[in-house]
Design a protein around this ligand. Structure first.
Ligand code: ADP
Ligand code: ASP
Ligand code: MG
Length: 616
């Protein structure tokens, strides 16, 4: 007999008939001998209707009153689902977040879960009841009487998070998320109707796909599942099909205190056997990245990090790393590539360089999503340890820096040890850092690409000519974090320019479009004070990403993505990568077309080898 948490979304409890169907499904699970906790959302579009009501009264409702209002939606559905179960002869008890004892921070409308008291729940279950719990809500446990016992909500879509947190707190077997689609699809079905159902996906992939997954699964739910090794399945409310399993590696006994606000970073990875290659002043036109990485892939060179920084004039700089054993071969190839890419006219010339003494140091952790300041803390820590950052490349759950000794400095191993020791201390990590990122086995079941995501709500800001010395990236991102601005993709360019006798570099990043004005204002002030160059803003951008655990083991995956864009004449503004993700910033007007082209290129509309959905 297992303990299973079943969560039903708004559409699944959208009418009386659907509530009755939910009750039947729950009863069937109990009949199989399981204990069941049901988590429900508000019926249909209730939450939207309540938001609209508040809008009719005020443009600026207090967050506290919004929580009071929105939490009522779930209270209606728990009572009705409970009645429907009782009507079938199944004992059931409905409970609000407060009654269960889901204690949260006092942050209204976006509270994180601190702890869940499980005694009462367990007693109810032991008494043969199904517990029907209200999703999306909790009660604050502030350390003063004003903030205590306040009704809080977890943010829109937060019932998924309630469900996974309950499964973890109760030591459940797994968590089932029932919704109105058959499971998680390879891309948003509203953009690509032929998007295919994934049989399984890892929680790491799902987190990197946050912008894809956010609409079907609350990213915080995935974060909890990953941190506590909880299995999760997303499936249709209307069928018995198996849906999509979100798999997480087993973890040790992790404390249930501060369930959602534990560490922002849970691993430091480093690799000193990296060689960096720079191709500077390559023409800025569609097809160049495809050509470079296509040729490397054809020669069997597996590329780790790729960074294309913002263009300067009509040329781009592309830097990438390979593992050292590939360095000689890569160097020969790069030389011939640079020759082939030379512009015909008087447009400057492509130059290349290679550097064998670099190391990659990364911080990884799901906790950094939506938490401003984590990257800034890494940069500040490295600066304080006297480590200069050559290249920065970030993804949703990772910040990677390429570091190398400056002239007259100590050797690479010493530099890397210093960086890692400082980061371990700063992020409070007791676990020994792993030497190299664990190599992913060449398992045929690991798809090189499992999903394609589009984020069309971001903008990009570039700061030109920031002095190239330790601490500059920290200064920029600390100031933005102070304003509560989360940045997404950070890129520090490779090209150095001399301004007033000082070597400088450009730093670019993407951020939510809604934060652009605040960030620009803040940075313009800093640029004037510090004597940096111009602040360039590109509002109309889109970020397209591919994610897949299997890409690390297969050369040429990034090249295929670039080729798909080149085939459509879509120009790539910037590129960043992590071990399992490649992201490109392009013009927003081409975003959907790009997703379709990439989805098609990887054949995601065809089930790979007639994927067996039961093979999870
Ligand atoms: P619920 O109310 O059950 O929580 P949601 O509306 O939050 O349901 O999430 C399900 C919806 O997410 C689907 O109806 C679908 O339109 C949308 N969606 C967007 N991207 C994807 C994707 N990659 N896979 C599946 N569904 C997606
Ligand atoms: N009812 C809430 C919402 O619509 C929570 C949820 O459905 O997950 O956002
Ligand atoms: Mg949802």
């Amino acid at each position: 007999m297992a303990l299973i948490v079943q969560k039903f979304g708004g559409t699944s409890v959208g009418s009386v008939d659907r509530i009755k169907a939910v009750a039947q499904r729950v009863q069937a699970t109990v009949a199989e001998g399981h204990s069941v906790v049901v988590v429900v959302s508000a019926m249909g579009k209730t939450t939207d209707t309540l938001v609209a009501l508040a809008d009719e009264i005020t443009d600026n409702p207090s967050r506290r009153e919004m929580d009071m209002l929105l939490s009522t939606g779930e209270q209606v559905s728990i009572a009705l689902v409970s009645m429907a179960l009782q009507e079938l002869g199944q004992p059931a008890v409905s409970m609000t977040g407060a009654q269960i004892g889901i204690s949260t921070e006092a942050a209204h409308s976006r509270a994180r879960i601190l702890k869940i008291k499980t005694e009462r729940l367990k007693r109810c279950l032991d008494g043969g009841n199904v517990v029907v719990a209200a999703g999306f809500q909790g009660i604050s446990s502030g350390d003063d009487s004003i903030n205590e016992f306040e009704i809080t909500t977890l943010g829109r879509g937060g019932s998924d998070t309630s469900a996974v947190a309950l499964a973890v707190a109760l030591g459940g077997d797994h968590c089932e998320i029932y919704t109105d689609v058959p499971g998680i699809l390879s891309t948003d079905p509203r953009i690509v109707p032929e998007a295919q159902l994934m049989a399984a996906v890892t929680s790491d992939e799902m987190l990197e796909l946050a912008s894809l997954g956010a609409s079907v699964l609350h990213p915080r739910a995935v974060e909890i599942a990953r941190n506590y090794g909880m299995s999760l399945v997303v499936r249709s409310s209307w069928t018995d099909d198996p849906g999509t399993w979100v798999r997480s590696a087993a973890v040790g006994n992790r404390s249930l205190e501060n369930l959602e606000i534990s560490r922002a970073v849970d691993a430091i990875r480093y690799d000193i056997h990296q060689a960096q290659v720079n191709l500077l002043h390559v023409p800025d036109r569609p097809g160049i990245a495809a050509q470079i990485f296509g040729e490397l892939a054809n020669a069997g060179v597996s590329v780790d990090q790729i960074v294309q920084s913002i263009h300067a004039g009509n040329t781009n700089d592309i830097a990438f790393t390979v593992r050292e054993p590939m360095a000689d071969q890569t160097q020969v190839l790069t030389e011939s590539l640079a020759a082939a890419l030379q512009p015909k006219g008087n447009d400057g010339c492509v130059v290349w360089s290679a550097d064998r003494s670099v190391a990659e140091v990364s911080i990884c952790g799901a906790g950094m999503i939506g938490r401003p300041g984590v990257a800034a803390k890494m940069f500040a820590t490295l600066a304080a340890a006297g480590v200069n950052i050559e290249i920065i490349s970030t993804s949703e759950v990772q910040v990677g820096c390429i570091i190398g000794p400056t002239s007259g400095e100590t050797d690479l191993q010493e530099l890397c040890d210093r960086a890692v020791a400082a980061l371990k201390k700063a992020f409070d990590l007791e676990d020994p850092a792993q030497d190299t990122p664990p190599l992913l086995e060449d398992d045929p079941n690991l798809a090189p690409v499992c999903g394609v995501a589009l984020d069309a709500k971001q903008s990009q800001i570039a700061i030109r000519q920031v002095p190239d010395r330790p601490g500059m990236a920290a200064q920029v991102f600390e100031k933005l974090a102070e304003d509560g601005i989360s940045v997404d993709m950070i890129i520090q360019s490779q090209r150095r320019e001399t301004k007033d006798g000082v070597p400088t570099r450009d730093i670019a990043f993407t951020l939510a479009e809604s934060d652009v004005d605040t960030a620009t204002q803040r940075l313009r002030g800093m640029a004037t004070e510090e004597g940096w160059g111009a602040i360039a803003v590109s509002r109309e951008i889109a970020k397209v990403s591919i994610v897949g655990m299997g890409m690390a083991a297969r050369p040429g995956v990034a090249a295929q993505m670039f080729q798909a864009l080149a085939d459509r004449g879509i120009n790539i503004h910037t590129i960043t990568t992590s071990a399992i993700k490649v992201s490109c910033v392009i013009g927003r007007d081409r975003g959907k077309e790009a997703v379709k082209a990439i989805h098609d290129k990887f054949g995601l509309e065809q089930p790979p080898g007639g994927a067996d959905p039961t093979n999870t």
